[in-house]
Design a protein around this ligand. Structure first.
Ligand SMILES: [Zn+2]
Length: 401
C-alpha cells in the first residue's frame, strides 16, 4: 500500500472521522490529526524499506496521507542536509551540535513540506482552490504548489511580511492581499472570505489535517540521517507550532511501530521575546497560551500571537521533558551572523533564534556537553535580504583597494 492512512482523529475531543472527504477543523473547533494503521504497517514493512528510495520526503509515503504516487505534487522537497556545527558547538559547550538545514528546499523554507502534502491531498480529494493567512513563507510555498497542481490560491499576509514572499505569491498567479495587522487579523479575513465565496478550502495553519503530515517528515529524516538513533534534543523555532507538533507526532508513530526505542528527544520551542505566548504558558505550567499583545519580531515567521495548536505544542514540550525559550531579536541576528561567518551557512532569522536558544539552554544547564542537539533552520537567509548588512566601500576603476 502506498499510504496506510486510516482516518482522522480530533486532537482535543478524540472524535473520529473518515479521511476520504475534505475536512477542516473538528466540530469542536480543534485541529484534526491523520491516523495510520500502524499495526498493519509494522506487520507488512520495516524502516529498511526506506533505504534506497528517492531522496525526498516522499520516501516515507506509507506514513503520508496521499493515497497513490500519481497524486503526489512535488518539486523535489525533503532530505535536506544535517550539518555539523563544530565551531559554534565548541563555543557554547555543545560539541555535538547539528543543523537541519531547510534552506535548501524548494521555495527556500520548510513550508514546502506542508504545502506539498497539503496540496497533493487537497487535489486528490477534489479541491479546486485554497485560501490561507500566512506570515509570508507559507503563503509563497502554498501559492507555488497550488500553481503546480492547477489549483487557485488566495493568500492574505501582513503588510510587514518579508517583501520577497509577495513577489513569489504574485509570480505564482495567486490572489494576494496585504493586511494592516498580524497573522491573526489575516486569518479572520480569510475565514470570512471562504465562508462568503464557497468552493475553496481554508488551509491556514492546522485548519486542515495534512500540512502537519508534511512537516512530520523532518523527524523521519533526522532519525534516518542519524542511523535511526535519536538525538537528545531538537530545537525548533515556533510560531504556529506545526514543526514541533509534527516532529512529536512522527516520533510517536515511529515508537508505536517499534522502529525506534528509548526516550524521545527533548523538544524545545523557541520564540522571540517580542512574541512569546508559548514560552509564557510553559513558564507558568499552563496547557494553553493566551494571546500575546502587540506581537513584533524580526524573525517574522514566528510572529504568531496565539496559535490554534498551542496546546499541542505545550503537550509535546511537557511530554518529552523539553522546554520553551525566548530570545531577543539582537541574539537572533547575532546567531544568524555567527552561523554564516563561522559555519558558512546563511540561515534565516528564525533559525538564528533557535541557534541562540542553544546558548541559553547550555548556560542554564538544560543541554549538556554529551547531548546530541539538532537545531532546525527553517529557511534560507536569502529570503530576508533586508536583514543582511550590504554596506561596502564603493570604488571607481582608478581607485586602489
Ligand atoms: Zn473535537
Amino acid at each position: 500500500m502506498y499510504s496506510y492512512l486510516a482516518g482522522l482523529r480530533c486532537s482535543r475531543c478524540e472524535s473520529r472521522f473518515p479521511a476520504d472527504v475534505v475536512r477542516g477543523l473538528c466540530t469542536c473547533g480543534a485541529p484534526l490529526l491523520a491516523v495510520y494503521d500502524l499495526q498493519r504497517l509494522a506487520a507488512e514493512s520495516s524502516r529498511d524499506a526506506f533505504t534506497g528510495r528517492v531522496p525526498s520526503m516522499w520516501r516515507y509515503h506509507e506514513l503520508l496521507p496521499v493515497s497513490t504516487e500519481s497524486s503526489v505534487v512535488t518539486l523535489g522537497e525533503g532530505m535536506t542536509p544535517l550539518i555539523p556545527m563544530p565551531r559554534i558547538g565548541a563555543r557554547v559547550g555543545v560539541p555535538r551540535l547539528l543543523l537541519k538545514d531547510e534552506g535548501t528546499i524548494p521555495t527556500g523554507t520548510f513550508k514546502a513540506r506542508g504545502a506539498a502534502v497539503g496540496i497533493s491531498r487537497a487535489a486528490e480529494l477534489g479541491v479546486t482552490g485554497i485560501a490561507m493567512s500566512s506570515n509570508g513563507n507559507a503563503g509563497a510555498a502554498w501559492a507555488l504548489y497550488a500553481a503546480r497542481a492547477g489549483l487557485t490560491a488566495l493568500i492574505a499576509m501582513p503588510v510587514t511580511a518579508p517583501v520577497i514572499c509577495r513577489g513569489e505569491v504574485t509570480a505564482a498567479g495567486a490572489e494576494l492581499y496585504l493586511v494592516r495587522g498580524h497573522i491573526g487579523d489575516c486569518g479572520r479575513l480569510v475565514t470570512a472570505a471562504v465562508a462568503s465565496r464557497g468552493g475553496i478550502q481554508e488551509v491556514s495553519t492546522l485548519k486542515e489535517p495534512y500540512r502537519l503530515e508534511g512537516k512530520k517528515t523532518m523527524a523521519f529524516e533526522i532519525l534516518e540521517q542519524l542511523g535511526w538513533s535519536m538525538p537528545d534534543v531538537i530545537v525548533c523555532p515556533t510560531g504556529g507550532g506545526v514543526g514541533v507538533i509534527g516532529i512529536h507526532k512522527a516520533l510517536r508513530e515511529l515508537a508505536e511501530l517499534g522502529w525506534i526505542s528509548g526516550p524521545l528527544p527533548r523538544l524545545v520551542a523557541v520564540q522571540s521575546t517580542g512574541c512569546a505566548p508559548i514560552v509564557h504558558a510553559f513558564e507558568h505550567g499552563a496547557s494553553e497560551s493566551t494571546a500575546w499583545p502587540d506581537p513584533h519580531t524580526i524573525a517574522f515567521g514566528i510572529n504568531v500571537p496565539k496559535a490554534l495548536g498551542d496546546f499541542l505544542v505545550l503537550d509535546a514540550v511537557y511530554a518529552t521533558g523539553g522546554s520553551a525559550v525566548a530570545v531577543t531579536d539582537a541574539e537572533s541576528l547575532a546567531a544568524q551572523r555567527e552561523v554564516a561567518s563561522t559555519e558558512g551557512t546563511a540561515i534565516c532569522p528564525e533559525g538564528g533564534a533557535a541557534v541562540a536558544a542553544v546558548s541559553t539552554l547550555a548556560e542554564r544547564g538544560a543541554i549538556g556537553a554529551d547531548d546530541v542537539v539538532v537545531v532546525l533552520n527553517t529557511g534560507a537567509g536569502i529570503k530576508y535580504p533586508e536583514l543582511m548588512d550590504t554596506a561596502a566601500p564603493l570604488l571607481s576603476p582608478g581607485d586602489r583597494i
